[in-house]
Design a protein around this ligand. Sequence first.
Ligand code: PGA
Length: 221
Amino acid sequence: SVADMKGLKQGYLKITVVTTAKYVIPRLLGPFCQRYPGVEISLKVTNHSGILERLSENKDDLYILSQVPDEPDVKAHPFLANPLVVLANHDHPLANEKNIPIQKLADEPFITRESGSGTRGYVQRLFDEHKVTPKVKMELASNEAIKQAIAGGLGISVLSRHTIALEGASGQIAILDVENFPIHCHWYVIHLAGKQLSVVAQAFLEYLQTEGKQIAENTTW
Ligand code: PGA
């Protein structure tokens, strides 16, 4: 790799990822950091609009998000599937049903992410397409808080399946089998098109697209 050729010993890598990717990226940093112990990493987590802001100010080397912006001009590398699923308390009556029509979701108290969230944008588009008006009971700017709210029986939500990576669907939270779900999102690693990537950033980009991707795909979420 580029990094090996140049004898990568030290460096600083700044990455910012969307809130759903924080369930995956830290885990992938382990093997990378072991290989390059002199590399220091700063990882920030924000939502879609937070990424766009940082990108426009050229704050980081690399970003991970689902929806690649038209502007500013970026290079985007497809990275990993990010399916959005309907989550409910495992005691929920719909938890045992199959092929639930999407319209049925309108009858359930719904917990939504904050505006500026890419997840929220995808959900809104799908609901609009199917003329579903959710009964929004609560807006929470945190996947973790939404999971707690679901576990507490406050309602259902749509989140990245990666948000239940550690506990799986066997715990307090169930994935509902709803028609038109999952929403097939995909994460991309992006950077400003005009940006000269550092050796470390190039090495990490390469790692994510090869080994990192494999580790993530072989992990049962
Ligand atoms: P977000 O993530 O909901 O945290 O903005 C969206 C994405 O996957 O890009």
